[in-house]
Design a binder for this molecule. Structure first.
Ligand code: HEC
Length: 178
């Protein structure tokens, strides 16, 4: 029995040593991608700090890598979470979302914070919980930004209306000529 446990232990150590060398690719792009999201959503400095400290690691193309994030199996686990997180919500690709998608992401963000589902649990063991005050800041900003996205949408609808009136009057002018 004891030798069996010893063997399992040795195998585990070997796996850890080997995987330590099989590093997943790091999530490290330039800050430009995030900067355009911050500009588009007029992100206030204090909300930016909250996102930087709690969310960007899994929801942008830039992750901070403190030493423990370099250690197997944490590094592999995190690489998986980053991949998953970015698939659902990635501020670095904010520009590619339609207004409808942006609105949905922000609605989901509010929900995730209200239900205390984000940041994901094992991450908070290492980085600390999101404080209630910081959560409120995020929610207030997300609600405000949703309104802005909606107003912009109705603005562009109005422009379309104006465009069609111009076209209508042009058509009637043309038909007058003939
Ligand atoms: C450790 C990585 C990690 C961190 C840190 C993290 N998330 Fe996530 N997030 C995920 C993963 C993985 C998913 C997709 C699976 C799920 O919904 O649980 C996700 C999903 C989401 C979604 C989309 C939910 C949906 O319904 O599609 C939103 C919005 C979100 N997170 C917001 C946040 C915010 C805001 C923070 C910071 C307060 C944050 N996340 C921090 C990993 C993370």
């Amino acid at each position: 029995m004891l030798t069996k446990i010893k063997n399992i232990f040795i195998v585990l150590i070997l796996v850890l040593i080997i995987t330590q060398f099989l590093r997943p690719e790091k999530n490290e792009a330039s800050y430009d991608s995030i900067a355009s999201f911050e500009e588009a959503t007029s992100l206030p400095a204090e909300v930016k700090t909250v996102l930087q400290n709690n969310c960007y690691d899994c929801h942008s193309n830039i992750t901070r890598y403190p030493w423990f994030m370099e250690v197997s199996p944490i590094t592999h686990y995190m690489a998986y979470q980053i991949e998953e997180g970015k698939e659902h919500f990635n501020v670095s690709t904010w520009d590619t979302y339609t207004d409808k998608q942006k609105d949905r992401k922000l609605a989901e963000l509010i929900e995730e914070i209200e239900y205390k589902k984000m940041p994901l649990k094992p991450y908070t063991w290492m980085h600390g919980e999101l404080s209630g005050a910081d959560g409120k800041k995020l929610i207030a900003w997300a609600k405000e930004t949703r309104e802005k996205v909606k107003t912009r949408k109705s603005d562009s609808l109005n422009t379309q209306k104006i465009d069609s009136t111009v076209i209508d009057s042009t058509i009637s002018k043309v038909s007058l000529v003939y």
